[in-house]
Design a protein around this ligand. Sequence first.
Ligand SMILES: *[C@@H]1O[C@H](CO)[C@@H](O)[C@H](O)[C@H]1NC(C)=O
Ligand SMILES: *[C@@H]1O[C@H](CO)[C@@H](O)[C@H](O)[C@H]1NC(C)=O
Ligand SMILES: *[C@@H]1O[C@H](CO)[C@@H](O)[C@H](O)[C@H]1NC(C)=O
Ligand SMILES: *[C@@H]1O[C@H](CO)[C@@H](O)[C@H](O)[C@H]1NC(C)=O
Ligand SMILES: *[C@@H]1O[C@H](CO)[C@@H](O)[C@H](O)[C@H]1NC(C)=O
Ligand SMILES: *[C@@H]1O[C@H](CO)[C@@H](O)[C@H](O)[C@H]1NC(C)=O
Length: 484
Amino acid sequence: MFSFSSSGLLLLSFVSLALGQTYTKCQPLNTTCPPDDALGTSHDFNFNSSTVLAQGFDTTIGEVGYGDNGLEFTISKKGDMPTVVSNFYIFWGSVSVVMRAAKGQGIISTIVLLSDDLDEVDWEMMGGNATTAESNYFGKGNTTTYDRALYHPVNSDISDNFHNYTTHWTSDQLQWWIDGNLVRTLQYGDALGGRNYPQTPMTVRMGIWAGGDSSEDPYTIEWAGGLTNYNDGPFTMYVQSATVTDFSNGKQYAYGDHSGSWQSIQTIAGNSTIKDTLNAPPPLTLAQKWNNLSSGTKIAIYASAGGGGALLFAALLFVCIRQRRKGRQERDAYNAKIEAEREEAYRDQIQLREKGLGGWNKKEYESQGEDALGGWGGEHVAPGTKVDGDGISPVYHSPASPGLRSPVPGRARTMSPGPLVAPQPQRAWNGSPQQGSFASYGGQRSPQSPNFPLASPQGPPQGYGNGYGNGGGYGNARGGYQRF
Ligand SMILES: *[C@@H]1O[C@H](CO)[C@@H](O)[C@H](O)[C@H]1NC(C)=O
Ligand SMILES: *[C@@H]1O[C@H](CO)[C@@H](O)[C@H](O)[C@H]1NC(C)=O
Ligand SMILES: *[C@@H]1O[C@H](CO)[C@@H](O)[C@H](O)[C@H]1NC(C)=O
Ligand SMILES: *[C@@H]1O[C@H](CO)[C@@H](O)[C@H](O)[C@H]1NC(C)=O
Ligand SMILES: *[C@@H]1O[C@H](CO)[C@@H](O)[C@H](O)[C@H]1NC(C)=O
Ligand SMILES: *[C@@H]1O[C@H](CO)[C@@H](O)[C@H](O)[C@H]1NC(C)=O
């Protein structure tokens, strides 16, 4: 039986192209493309909050939800095929996705590595076959034959349970693992002497589509396990986590020529942007920002906020003294800085007020708990973020016309690959996490400040320790911040 296993996903890349996405815009076998951004590290995307996806992935088609089981890729009607694509590339690496496939005839849940020149490594789970996972690969989009798919038994229902689907990809061999068991190994040389071996920098993609849609060709529908009945839906695939490790360590990957061979790929040295982003400390809390303000600014804020004559006078005096001491230029710069800080502090106050703290009502304050404190003691949540049960990404595009996803004739392009160097000795991998190579991974969150420094006229709330007493007279700012 033929299996047209990859047609859907490869076509997703054409859909992306049609939608003007950047990742597959440039075909490196034909033209000179800008370099690909590297991951350059290892990262564990634990989809336990609605914001994690956006740190490393773009939602290219449809909308991805978030709930207790992590990411939710849902088909509720014809044409739905929510898909995410990493905003980074790996050049050799491993990808472990903990996923619960969608149940439903003809529904395909997928984890795919795809390069710009259409090298591809696949996991495809059929929603009508509870105990089987399919692995597949393509080199340079070569679909002249569809004999590369293999089917692997899984020990419990793939749509009732989460399973760990891992791809481990080196220049020597490709391995597919399910729940820590090696189920398939492809040696470089066994893929048409290397010519069909996936070997160029890959994006990581996850998504769901209906291979059993009536618009698909009969072979695709047969491969998918039969026609999809949308009345049986909605069909949802869940992704709990994705651990992605880039075995190369650079800023970007560039195609050195049009051969598409791995030897032609150049690693541009430097720190990858995405790595810096992933490792960046979380945004400062309001408390931390306040701590960072200069004392002059704090006094000025208190003066204008409290309106206390003495304080205002002190502040003016303070500024005057500073002004006299410094030259004109310096003074202007200083005033500008104070003004900027004041502006920001003002905005923070507005935020605080929006969170219900503006009035400094002690009861309200206590009953609001940590959520009201702008991230204090908990996760910082960006303004406007909905935390529970909501879609995490806006809808970017309406689903592409189904016609686009029918197999595209002539997709297999002719090319003359450059000479490929014989594979290096195999390096076996035993399935344990890679050790040691990414010392700097993670762990750089700066501690959340327990001090909430804006004094309440009622004094510090119980249990928050010293933070409030240190303000050096802030408690005098009677009336406090509700004036803002
Ligand atoms: C690349 O070039 C080949 C022939 O040189 C052509 O068949 C193919 O369509 C081209 N692909 C793209 C994406 O332009
Ligand atoms: C989510 O996962 C990250 C990394 O594994 C962990 O540090 C964080 O505490 C978790 N957050 C929640 C809300 O469980
Ligand atoms: C699931 O797939 C395997 C492998 O192709 C096949 O042997 C089995 O019959 C399928 N089961 C169902 C219920 O389709
Ligand atoms: C595509 O793969 C088939 C075998 O799977 C092979 O016969 C053919 O030569 C390949 N085409 C190219 C352009 O490499
Ligand atoms: C998934 O399986 C791989 C391969 O055995 C293993 O290295 C990794 O730690 C597993 N991940 C999780 C989250 O269990
Ligand atoms: C990369 O980051 C490290 C530490 O984060 C820094 O010391 C180094 O200078 C950076 N390298 C480049 C090329 O920016």
